[in-house]
Design a protein around this ligand. Structure first.
Ligand SMILES: *Cc1c(COP(=O)(O)O)cnc(C)c1O
Length: 385
């Protein structure tokens, strides 16, 4: 099998990129744990020179992720932030970026603390109304960086509407697709130029690897981003690539269960007397539910809640009283996690900025795992009691 475009998602997840090993027929791609490759004479090699640039295990994984996003090229990085860093390095001093005001905390930190020092300007705006973007577009605008659903308030950004504005103004559109995973949403098909994943989350799926990926169709863009990977060195190791390939084989099964459990828990929490507010794009009264329905296959297992009449102490007490959910950063693994964004994932955002975007001290974020949902609901009941 080499052309995967005609297969459905689950078939691609299991088979894309995985060719039997040419020397033994091993069905699983070997972990090519090597830093260099022997040459027959100087410059005469089998297409592999040095492992920062190329590694067969990594290539198999890249083919797989490209197939899942219906993209032509994929480049894997040592982390999601490594992948994001490469995209911003396409820019020059003086260039401007339009991005969301409800962004992964680490992306916000990189943009403001690293790249603003290099003369790149970032506009953090509300992207849930795409027309807002037009007010910030000028001749220096080179990139729109959108994350959808957003973290942690689960806003939905209209990817197609962003892409229309980007194309009309010759701006690149990059979408952080981490929360949705390729199972729920494929931004390239909606007009994005680059899809970014924190592979650490749903793609890896087992909380045992940190990795990132970029997917794109354009050959020139691929060449530029690959040049940055090979020059700057944020390449992942082969063992991690193997683990992610193994994880992806059940991505569709896990996502089905994440979505099923997510819905049950969202419905349970919506009427719970201790909950003031709940963020989940599957509710028909969610601000952009119609867009979520249009661009996503289902609504996922990420849910945020604001606790009623809870100060930070009370919120901490509840966050620490779960027995099945674990209190931890990260998301998208098989095990359910609970997180306090204000002091954990989003601690690097100044309090006033954070609260403007709804990341208040009594907000908790749930990454609903694939356990039995009855046990998760019982755990929520006792922790909120
Ligand atoms: C975790 C995460 C990142 C960063 O990825 P790492 O693999 O942790 O470097 C970026 N965006 C989103 C939405 C994330 O959840």
């Amino acid at each position: 099998m080499s052309d995967f475009s005609k297969y459905k998602f689950g078939t691609k997840a299991i088979h894309a990129g995985a060719e039997p090993d040419p020397t033994t027929g091993a069905i699983m791609t070997p972990i090519y744990q090597t830093s260099t490759y022997v040459q027959e004479s100087p410059g005469k090699n089998k297409g592999y020179g040095y492992a920062r640039g190329k590694n067969p295990t990594r290539e198999a994984l890249q083919k797989n992720i490209a197939a899942l996003e219906n993209g032509k090229h994929c480049i894997c990085f040592s982390s999601g932030m490594g992948a994001t860093d490469a995209v911003i390095k396409l820019l020059r001093p003086g260039d401007e970026v339009i991005t969301g005001d409800d962004l992964y905390g680490g992306s916000y930190r990189m943009f403001t603390k690293i790249f603003e020092n290099y003369g790149i300007k970032f506009h953090f705006i509300n992207l849930s109304d795409a027309d807002n973007i037009k007010k910030y577009v000028n001749a220096k605008t080179k990139l729109i960086w959108a994350e959808t659903p957003t973290n942690p308030t689960m806003q939905i950004i209209d990817i197609e509407a962003c892409s229309k504005i980007a194309k009309a103004n010759n701006i690149l559109l990059a979408v952080d697709n981490t929360f949705a995973s390729p199972y729920l949403q494929n931004p390239l098909a909606l007009g994005a130029d680059i899809v970014m994943h924190s592979v650490t989350k749903y793609l890896g799926g087992h909380s045992d690897v940190v990795m990132g990926a970029l997917v794109m169709n354009d050959d020139k863009l691929h060449e530029q981003l690959y040049f940055i990977l090979n020059s700057c060195g944020a390449n992942p190791g082969p063992m991690d690539c193997f683990l992610v390939m193994r994880g992806i084989k059940t991505l569709h099964l896990r996502m089905e269960r994440h979505c099923f459990n997510g819905r049950k828990i969202a419905e349970f929490l919506k009427t719970h007397p201790k909950i003031e507010k709940i963020y989940w794009p599957g509710f028909t009264d969610h601000h952009n539910h119609a867009i979520a329905k249009k661009q996503m296959r289902d609504f996922g297992g990420m849910i945020s809640i604001v606790l009623k009449d809870a100060d930070q102490d009370k919120t901490f007490k509840i966050a620490s009283s779960f027995q099945v959910f674990s209190l931890a950063e990260s998301l998208g693994g098989v095990e359910s996690l609970i997180n306090h964004p204000a002091t954990m994932t989003h601690a690097s955002i100044p309090k006033t900025e954070r609260e403007k975007a709804g990341v208040v001290d009594n907000l908790l974020r749930l990454s609903v795992g694939v356990e039995d949902v009855e046990d998760l609901i019982e755990d929520l009941k006792q922790a909120l009691a």
